[in-house]
Design a protein around this ligand. Structure first.
Ligand code: ASP
Length: 590
């Protein structure tokens, strides 16, 4: 018996190698595939470690075993006992880790007969996956697929590695409540009705934010938690209503300390997945990120940055730019190396994508030798283009307007250009920190300032005075970790002065009395001796998705929700019966 041996088996299927040849083994697993070949039956037997070929034949399997093997249906659970046999060189299967051996079965027990699977677990080469709705509905089959098993095993290893790394840095793992009070992170709360207190509700935490700050006030110094967070948001492809964060907080730290802790965790996670990452990560202020990439999560694998061409272009008198050149408008663009290779169709599609985002649309110029073409080509000379950094074989893509319009347009155009021209990434893993976020952003619908992070984030010390008069100009001690254009997580240095915290709460539209009612416990704690502190939360599902190379968050979560926040497998949410509702003092209006 190996240490993995149990009452039913001696080894896992996927771990057998040439070194096991001539050993007698007992394996348990699922029938992945069965092939009958002239009196021989071959079964690929599968468990979480992988597949192994089990052969049933007249030379080594008793007739009843051979007969039963011939009737085995897909996904039946069996235990087989037999001898590991080295395959002759020409019969080895290099596509299988166990491909140097097979097991000659002498015994077969059928432990878990299986109905015909509703979706295939074993797929032929090139066969498409079942539709995702079916995969979610029949999750007990979908999770058996080797790809899904690999994703969840990677997830496990990453979690262990995060725990280990943070423990080594003397962070304490402390759990915080799930039934709690609203912790605003910008989403709606999930509410849980109280049976004992009619008309009162718990909220599920949008994050452990307030509790981790309380732990700092209590002197625990360094905290972490693998925290489940709940946010009732309109869902997008990469969001889940409940998700996992690697959440951390530390006291007597400044921003650089926190970035250092998070880098240590990220480097360890990437290493666990086989990638060597250098530290420290480059830093970029929010203003620089918006200026050069038009987004706060720039993909820095590619050396293509937005430039301000207002001064060079203004004298050219191009009608396209002139018509919208108002106060605060700028001409900004991308000098695309090799952009001459963009076809007319490419450019039209880029312009269409730009239009969808509103604004003036996209103007373009291409340069081939002395020949200059494009929607505004006739206004440009080789010399002017040269000054914009547009050389032979390159293209200039530009737009005009206020930054709030041109930034998203040029971000989109930049991403599309990268996708179409597929320039070789200068680096495969481009991490960066975006620092000095604004404390507030204008709400796209109303223009009113809303928190860029959450209301516990400290304003930049130089900007505290702007809190009331010019909130949109107030920077924050808020930072994001960005990787290849994905936001991996956010954090900040926190407010510790209760007076500043009250001023910030006023921006939530709370009167002093309301702030006291909702957050009095935090204000009291801050007034009771609060150390400087700050922290971060890593979006663990997204990190796992990226490291697994998975297409969706749902591929790295065992039982995820759909984009409509439904659990299709177990069937949630579901109506509650009248008795339950009565106990909870709830009446449902339809
Ligand atoms: N609570 C924050 C979040 O969930 C993270 C942090 O500020 O530490 O994004």
């Amino acid at each position: 018996m190996t240490p993995k041996g149990t009452a039913w088996r001696t080894h896992r299927c996927g771990e057998l190698r040439a070194a096991h040849a001539r050993q007698r083994v007992r394996l348990g697993g699922w029938v992945h595939r069965r092939r009958d070949l002239g009196g021989l039956v071959f079964v690929d037997l599968r468990d979480r470690a992988g597949l192994v070929q089990v052969a049933f034949g007249p030379g080594w399997s008793p007739p009843d075993v051979l007969a039963r093997a011939g009737g085995l249906g897909s996904e039946t659970v069996v235990v087989v006992e037999g001898e590991v046999v080295a395959r002759p060189p020409d019969m080895r299967n290099s596509e299988l880790a166990t491909g140097d051996v097979e097991v000659h079965a002498a015994q077969l027990e059928i432990l878990g007969p299986a109905v015909t699977p509703a979706i295939p677990v074993a797929r032929a080469k090139g066969e498409d996956l079942a539709a995702e709705e079916l995969r979610l509905k029949y999750r007990h089959l979908d999770l058996r697929r080797p790809e899904m098993q690999a994703n969840l095993m990677l997830r496990h290893r990453l979690l262990q590695r995060a725990r280990e790394t943070l423990s080594d840095l003397e962070f304490l793992e402390i759990e915080t409540p799930i039934l709690t009070k609203p912790t605003p992170e910008g989403a709606r709360d999930y509410l849980v009705p109280s049976r004992l207190h009619a008309g009162e509700f718990y909220a599920l935490p949008q994050s452990p934010q307030i509790y981790k700050q309380l732990l700092m006030v209590c002197g625990f110094d360094r905290y972490f938690q693998i925290a489940r967070c709940f946010r009732d948001e309109d869902l997008r492809y990469d969001r889940q209503p409940e998700f996992t964060q690697i959440d951390l907080e530390a006291s007597f730290v400044g921003q650089e300390d926190v970035l250092g802790f998070v880098e240590a965790v990220l480097v360890a996670l990437w290493e666990e997945a086989g990638h060597v990452i250098g530290r420290p990560f480059p830093r970029l202020t929010h203003r620089e990120a918006m200026e050069r990439y038009g987004t706060d999560k720039p993909d820095q694998r590619y050396d293509l940055a937005i430039a301000d061409w207002t001064a060079q272009v203004r004298p050219l008198g191009v009608p396209f730019f002139q018509s919208v050149m108002k106060d605060g408008s700028r001409v900004r663009g991308l000098a695309v190396k090799g952009g001459g290779a963009l076809s007319r169709k490419d450019v039209d599609q880029l312009a269409e994508a730009a239009k969808q985002l509103g604004g003036a649309g996209l103007a373009w110029v291409k340069r081939q030798g002395e020949q200059i073409s494009g929607s505004v080509g006739k206004h440009f000379t080789a010399e002017t283009l040269g000054r914009l950094g547009v050389g032979d074989g390159d293209a200039a893509l530009m737009t005009v307007g206020p930054d709030r319009v041109t930034s998203p347009v040029l971000d989109k155009v930049r991403q599309e250009v990268i996708r179409r021209l597929a320039p070789r990434p200068a680096t495969a893993h481009a991490f960066c920190w975006v620092v000095e976020f604004p404390l507030f952003e204008p709400d796209p619908a109303t223009g009113r300032p809303v928190f860029a992070h959450h209301p516990f984030t400290s304003p930049h010390p130089e900007d505290v005075a702007k809190l009331e008069g010019d909130p949109l100009a107030c920077r924050a001690l808020h930072y994001d970790a960005v990787y290849n254009g994905h936001e991996l997580g956010s954090g900040s240095i926190r407010i510790t002065d209760p007076a500043v915290q009250r001023r910030v709460f006023a921006h939530l539209g709370l009167t002093p009395a309301e702030a006291e009612a909702r957050f009095g416990f935090l204000l009291a704690a801050l007034a009771a001796g609060a150390p400087p502190h700050g922290g971060f939360a890593i979006g663990f599902d997204r990190v796992t998705m990226l490291l697994a190379g998975a297409a969706s968050l749902r591929d790295v979560i065992a039982f995820p929700k759909t984009t409509a926040a439904r659990a299709l497998f177990e069937g949630a949410p579901a109506p509650a019966g009248p008795a339950d509702l009565a106990t909870l003092h709830i009446e449902v209006k339809r």
